[in-house]
Each structure stands twice: as structure tokens, then as C-alpha cells.
Design a protein around this ligand. Structure first.
Ligand code: XMP
Length: 520
């Protein structure tokens, strides 16, 4: 079997009814090493048949299936001989379409609920008889469709799951894709690997192969332009595109002089002319230009605006030299799409916050976002698969305005050097202590405070560096991380000794809120 046959043999289709966890469903299926694609409920059944999926999953959604104009699907979907798993709305819809009854629930269930399951059902193989599941529903299945039997219930929900084993149709009222459902991954595994019989041949390399094929098909002989920031997402996008279309890709990398120590050279070493990738790489050394624009500016929002606008100017100048392109590529990943509230089938393009506003300024026909369906850890896996070095793939999150928002007050070349040096020491010591993959985000910043100190026999009047380390799940809230005191002491001592212009080091204990992660 060649790669393409193997992939299509393993494909599971997720049909999107507008629920909030749809990408999570796809992710959990991928975790079972089964290739998975999401399609709108408006997708024609002929198109679905032509894909020969091994299984179909219907997602949740906010509607009531018995109301007019609610998203639905024709009965034939359940008669194809392909296993179908309905989740929440998808479960209700399955019952509704096949002759069962769905009504407003007398008791609305929300949150972690104890569910009793029938472990004879293939869906619940190896699942304990009572287990905690995540429920979120106003409607409930009051009567199963003919041929179905109940295989799970809760105190308030008589049909928490139903099956028609003979036709391989399964309906689950709760959400196995959400981690609060303790055995959820096992249930999805039971469906895709057990009921559907997928062998689990899919790996990240298959994602790379499949994406390369899709990119080639879409781009044809066209030209693609990508703004490469050196961050994980745009680097993986660059690696993937270069593998697909080689020199048809041009990456513009703007060194705004606000990058971390040696970062510009590292990016060039990987993607530049002597690197491992076959692409056109343009590095713009715009440091002086940025410092000139930022001179004397202290107000945080003004600084951010200058940095953002200058980026567009520089990029625009380069784009003009290149001329019209067919596609503008962006390293948008799934959380970016969710963040802007655009998930699901109504999704529209969000301009990545690092290159905000770009699409208006560059002459292109279409946007291409090859990582749009992936979560951060999956992007990292794809990056490793593409041969991008670990130090780039596991890079810390880094804001578009760079060190510009980690230097409080005016930005100068001297201050940039200080914070670069201090930050490099901090990162090195955190890595030495084995904490680099456990702390969410950590960096050094330069406060605008100068104070008196003594070094040797001399009085000093130098800057204070702040060390920040936070743990966060979603970057909306964060807690200061518990970096061992010994590690902090080593960092302090090295910064004071090795970085000229610094005589004090602080550790920032503030959580978010009330603080933010960055300083400006
Ligand atoms: P704050 O400071 O808002 O940061 O708590 C939350 C997360 O977002 C990152 N951040 C940015 N990322 N462009 C970016 O791409 C920006 O302008 C920007 N500002 C903050 C920050 O590093 C943290 O991970």
C-alpha cells in the first residue's frame, strides 16, 4: 500500500454541527493514530461516500435537533454500512433522524457527572462500570430509535449512550473528547480502533506527507510569500511549505533588533542559504531603523504601534521587490482561530497577531494556512518530523514586538544588549536545571529602575533586571512559577557578574491577573 492508500484507508470523518469541542474530537482521534478530517454538516453525502471513511463522528452543537432549521443530515448517512458515532447534539440527531425522541430535559446536566456504563458495549470495553463524564446538554433522548438499546445512563439521564451494534451506530450524550471525561480517550479509541477497525498507522509523518500533497495541489506553479518570525509556528510553516514547493516559497525574515540573543543568526542558519531548507530566504536587518523610530518613546501602546507599523513597512518594501504573489502563507494554528472566536465551520481568516494588518498591504490572491487544524504540541511534532532543530521547535512563546515590550520605557541599543545577555543566562540556567520544558514561559526583562550598588570598591548606579517565570494553561491567566531559590541565585550572580550595566536582580511573583505576562 502506498502512503496515499494507507491514509485514505484509515480516514475518519468528523461532521461539524457547530459545537465548541470539534477540533478536540479530531485531536483525540489523531491521538489514536488515525487520520481525521473535519467537514461541515452541509457537505454533500456523495462527497463523504467518495472518501471511503472507516468511520464517521457527528459532533455536538448548540441547537435543538427537533426545531425547524436546525442543522441536520439525511438518513442515508446511517445506512452506508459505515460506523457512526454521535456525540451530544450528534447523538440526539441520530436518534431524531432514525425515529427516536429528543425533548427538553427535565433536569439540565452540566459538568462532571457520574455515568453507569454497560461494559459489554464495544464502546465501553475496559471502562469501569461507573465513570465520570463531561455533560453539557439542555435536551435529552427520551426514547431511543428502533433497534437501539441503552448502554449508559446517569441519575437524571436515562439514555447517556445508546447503540445499535448490528449497524455499528453509537450515540453518546456526554463529551468523550473533553479531558474531564476520565475514560473519554479510551471510548474514542474503542470506536475508531475497535468498532471502525482502523489499524492506527497514522503518525505525524503522515500529516506532513498529506499536507505536502495538498499544498502542491493548491499552489500548483504559483508563488508563496511567508513572513518568518523565527517562532515555532512560522518556522514549521516554512519547513512544510519548503518541502512541498521548494523555491516557489519566499520567506521574509525581519530582524527588528528586538530578538533574543543570537536569534536572528539562528533563524538564518536554519532557513538561510547554508541551511537545511530549499527556499528563498530574505533577511532584512532593520535594527537601526527600529531603534531610530523608538528613540525617546516611553508609552507602551505607542511603542507597540511603532513596532507593528514598522514591521508592515519593511515587509511591504520587500514584498514590492518580489512583486505579486499568488499566496500569502501564515503560521496560524488552531488556538489562534479559537482565540478570535472564529472556530468551527464559520471560520474566517484571522491575520496572525505578529503580522497584524499585513493582508491589506501585500498583493496576493489567497491566504494559505497549513497548520490551521493543529494544536501547539502537534505543531512541534510536525516541526521535528520536518527536521527543524529542537532549539527552534521548543522555543519559548515570544511576542511579536519582542524585547520592545520587555524593556520598560525607552528602547535603546544598549538596553537591548543588556536584556539579551541577561535573558540568555536565565534561559541557559533554567535549561541546566531541567526546567525548560516544565515552565510555561520564562524570560528576563529590563526595568527602567536604576539604583545604587557597590561592586569591588566602586559605587555603581545601574539597572535592575526582572526575572519572570509563569505557568499558564491558556495565557489568559497565569501563576508565577516556583523556580528553586538555588537556581535563581545562580542566575542572579551570573547576571551581575557577566552583564555590564546591571547591579540588581528581582524575581517577579505577580500572577495574571492582576499582572500581565509581559511587562508592557
Ligand atoms: P500578556 O502580557 O498579555 O501575554 O499577559 C500573554 C501571552 O501573549 C504573548 N504576547 C504576545 N504575542 N504578540 C504576540 O505574538 C504580541 O503583541 C503579544 N503580547 C503578548 C505573551 O508573550 C504571552 O505568552
Amino acid at each position: 500500500m502506498n502512503m496515499e492508500e494507507k491514509l485514505s484507508a484509515e480516514k475518519v470523518i468528523v461532521i461539524d454541527f457547530g459545537g465548541q469541542y470539534n477540533q478536540l474530537v479530531a485531536r483525540r482521534v489523531r491521538e489514536c493514530n488515525v487520520y481525521c478530517e473535519i467537514y461541515s454538516y452541509k457537505t454533500d453525502i456523495e462527497q463523504i461516500k467518495a472518501m471511503h471513511p472507516k468511520g464517521i463522528i457527528l459532533t455536538g452543537g448548540p441547537n435543538s435537533c427537533y426545531e425547524e432549521n436546525s442543522p441536520t443530515y439525511q438518513k442515508e448517512l446511517f445506512e452506508l454500512g459505515i460506523p457512526v458515532l454521535g456525540l451530544c447534539y450528534g447523538a440526539q440527531l441520530m436518534m431524531h433522524v432514525l425515529g427516536g425522541k429528543v425533548e427538553k430535559a427535565p433536569v439540565r446536566e452540566y459538568g462532571k457527572i457520574q455515568v453507569a456504563v454497560d461494559s459489554h458495549s464495544p464502546l465501553f470495553a475496559d471502562v469501569p462500570e461507573t465513570t465520570i463524564c463531561w455533560m453539557s446538554h439542555n435536551d435529552y433522548i427520551s426514547q431511543t430509535a428502533p433497534g437501539f438499546s441503552v448502554c449508559a445512563h446517569t441519575a437524571d439521564c436515562p439514555v447517556a449512550a445508546a447503540e445499535c451494534a448490528e449497524k455499528k451506530l453509537y450515540a453518546i450524550q456526554f463529551h468523550p473528547e473533553v479531558l474531564h471525561t476520565v475514560e473519554g480517550t479510551k471510548m474514542l479509541y474503542n470506536f475508531v480502533r475497535g468498532v471502525c477497525g482502523c489499524t492506527g498507522a497514522w503518525r505525524m509523518d503522515s500529516f506532513v506527507e498529506e499536507s505536502v500533497r495538498q499544498i502542491r495541489e493548491k499552489v500548483g506553479s504559483g508563488k508563496v510569500l511567508l513572513a518568518l518570525s523565527g517562532g515555532v509556528d512560522s518556522s514549521v510553516a516554512a519547513g512544510l511549505l519548503s518541502k512541498a514547493i521548494g523555491k516557489q516559497l519566499t520567506c521574509v525574515f525581519v530582524d527588528h533588533g528586538l530578538l533574543r540573543k543570537d536569534e536572528g543568526d539562528e533563524v538564518e542558519a536554519v532557513f538561510g542559504p547554508n541551511g537545511d531548507f530549499d527556499l528563498n530566504f530574505i533577511r532584512v536587518n532593520a535594527q537601526e531603523r527600529y531603534y531610530a523610530k523608538l528613540a525617546g518613546v516611553t508609552e507602551p501602546e505607542t511603542k507597540r504601534k511603532i513596532i507593528g507599523e514598522e514591521f508592515i513597512r519593511v515587509f511591504e518594501e520587500e514584498a514590492k521587490k518580489i512583486g505579486a504573489v499568488d499566496f500569502l502563507a501564515q503560521g496560524t494554528i488552531y488556538p489562534d482561530v479559537v482565540e478570535s472566536g472564529l472556530g468551527g465551520e464559520s471560520a474566517v481568516i484571522k491575520s496572525h497577531h505578529n503580522v497584524g494588518g499585513l493582508p491589506d498591504y501585500v498583493d496576493f490572491k489567497e491566504i494559505i494556512e497549513p497548520l490551521r487544524d493543529l494544536f501547539k504540541d502537534e505543531v512541534r511534532k510536525a516541526g521535528l518530523e520536518l527536521g527543524i532543530p529542537e532549539r527552534l521547535v521548543f522555543r519559548q512563546p515570544f511576542p511579536g514586538p519582542g524585547l520592545g515590550i520587555r524593556i520598560i520605557g525607552e528602547v535603546t541599543a544598549k538596553k537591548v544588549r543588556i536584556v539579551q545577555e541577561a535573558d540568555a543566562i536565565y534561559r541557559e540556567e533554567i535549561a541546566k536545571a531541567g526546567l525548560d520544558r516544565t515552565i510555561g514561559q520564562y524570560f528576563a526583562a529590563l526595568t527602567n529602575m536604576r539604583s545604587v550598588g557597590v561592586m569591588g570598591d566602586e559605587r555603581t548606579y545601574d539597572y535592575a533586571v526582572a526575572l519572570r517565570a509563569v505557568n499558564t494553561v491558556d495565557f489568559m491567566t497565569a501563576e508565577s512559577a516556583d523556580v528553586p531559590f538555588e537556581v535563581l541565585q545562580v542566575v542572579m550572580s551570573r547576571i551581575i557578574n557577566e552583564v555590564r550595566g546591571v547591579n540588581r536582580v528581582f524575581y517577579d511573583l505577580t500572577s495574571k491577573p492582576p499582572g500581565t505576562i509581559e511587562f508592557e
